[in-house]
Design a protein around this ligand. Structure first.
Ligand code: FAD
Length: 414
């Protein structure tokens, strides 16, 4: 088994420092604690890695059907032709080097009472389970979408659909109409749709100036970095038509038309429907979600489910914390949860650590805007203490985002 030096351990990240006292070598003959992690995205991959870094005696199995990790952050740039999906695609070799057992399979079921997870025909036992399945789509919320789901692109899980949507935009005749829909909050990445609108707006302005993007937003206003995105949309106003309070109710792929809640019918040449969302199916099936049947409530310090003991949930599948559903937050939750799980397995007190969030949004081929949020734990709950926005778009902020991505990708997978 691979061990790490104290120096490398300290370099691995400030959050794991809290758990230094619990790191221990496996003792011969002693039963190893078993932790299963479901989902090798931003939250789950981080949790699996940091469990091993914090306590190398733990047997960590990560279940993730995909052989490669594709970053949603920066995938909006692919749509505008300024980034390639290849640059956003990484492997899981780093996690293997940390001693994480990877199984590229779906977790099919969880039995909380028996503390086991079904994978194919196998049942895997755990002492603690960490669930980070991200989001699934509520197709049924838009009339006609369930039947047309293979034809109507969401591109909200980076992958083949991202490339297909980029190709459709490239093929759009100048003068064509692109329609994108934004669901009501809560959904993955609050600023993501507006970053996407900005990047498509920039693309149309520079490559197809007679074309238009119509944004049908179910929300009353832009839900994140509001003033900053408004300034960008104003700059691209010849190519972006932003329409708030226009929830998409129906799609007719034959007529290439979306009907909104106000009865407006909007024709398109290219469409991008971002459907309403809920926690990944496995979390719903295991009854980890609350009364709304959408999101998982967790303890703000340990990330243990309020509904099922010994099961922790991190990432986009959670709700109830005043933090956005972001990769940055999922990564922070993964580390905090790994620390908590190690402490709990060793019968020790769990340190109170709040996540943080830095979020960049690109708005052209060279410029970005950003927001930073700081949080603390107050009476066992995460509360926001500060928020700072960049004054406007800048090349410097875009450059900073490239440093951010190199650093966080390494933290998740390296
Ligand atoms: C266009 C776009 C842009 C974004 N930009 C940013 C950004 O700039 N900055 C930022 O911080 N965030 C950004 N985000 C948000 C970020 O991608 C998510 O918040 C992050 O991916 C959440 O991590 P997660 O672990 O919860 O889910 P994911 O990263 O989606 O990981 C979930 C994993 O679980 C796996 N899984 C699901 N069910 C099972 C099962 N039953 N068994 C096994 N595995 C399973 C899936 O295959 C998946 O790999 C963006 C998102 C989008 C869509």
């Amino acid at each position: 088994m691979k061990t790490i030096s104290r120096r490398r351990f300290l370099q691995a990240g400030a959050l794991s420092v809290a758990a230094l006292g619990t790191a221990r070598a496996p003792v011969f003959g002693q039963a190893r604690h078993r932790v299963i992690v479901i989902g090798g995205g931003w939250g789950g991959a981080t949790a699996a890695k940091y469990l091993r870094l914090t306590d190398p005696s733990i047997d960590v199995t990560l279940l993730e059907p995909n052989k490669e990790f594709i970053s949603c952050p920066f995938s909006n740039l692919v749509l505008a032709g300024v980034e390639s999906l290849k640059n956003l695609t990484m492997n899981y070799d780093g996690l293997r080097r940390h001693g994480v057992r990877l199984r590229h399979e779906l977790a099919a079921a969880i039995e909380p009472d028996k503390k086991r997870v079904r994978v194919g025909k196998d049942w895997l036992d755990y002492d603690r389970l960490i669930v980070s399945p991200g989001i699934d789509f509520q197709w049924e919320q838009v009339d006609g979408l369930s039947q047309a789901r293979d034809k109507v692109l969401h591109a909200w899980k980076a992958g083949p659909q991202t490339v297909q949507l980029a190709q459709q935009l490239q093929a759009l005749p100048d003068g064509g109409v692109v329609v994108m829909t934004v669901p009501l909050v809560a959904y993955r990445c609050p600023p993501g749709p507006y970053e996407r609108a900005s990047m498509i707006g920039w693309f149309l302005k520079t490559k197809k100036p007679k074309s238009k993007l119509i944004v049908l937003d179910a929300n009353k206003d832009i839900v994140s970095k509001t003033g900053l995105f408004k300034a960008v949309f104003k700059e691209y106003e010849a190519n972006i038509d932003y329409r708030p309070s226009q929830k998409a109710e129906k799609i007719d792929v034959g007529a290439k038309e979306i009907t909104t809640e106000t009865g407006d019918k909007v024709k398109y040449d290219v469409v991008n429907v971002i459907p309403p969302q809920r926690a990944g199916a496995i979390a719903v099936d295991a009854d980890l979600v609350g009364g709304d049947k959408r999101w998982c409530e967790v303890d703000h310090v340990t990330y243990e489910s309020v509904k099922q003991k010994n099961i922790h949930v991190v990432g986009d599948a959670t709700i109830g914390l005043p933090v956005p559903k972001s990769g940055n937050v999922a990564n922070a939750m993964g580390k905090i949860c790994a620390t908590a799980v190690v402490q709990l397995l060793n019968g020790k007190e769990v340190p109170q650590i709040a996540p943080g969030n830095t979020c960049y949004s690109w708005v052209s081929d060279k410029e970005a805007i950003a927001v930073v949020n700081a949080y603390k734990i107050d009476n066992g709950k995460v509360v926001q203490i500060e928020q700072k926005l960049t004054p406007g778009k800048s090349v410097g902020t875009a450059q900073n985002s490239l440093a951010w991505r190199a650093s966080i990708w390494n933290d998740v997978l390296g």
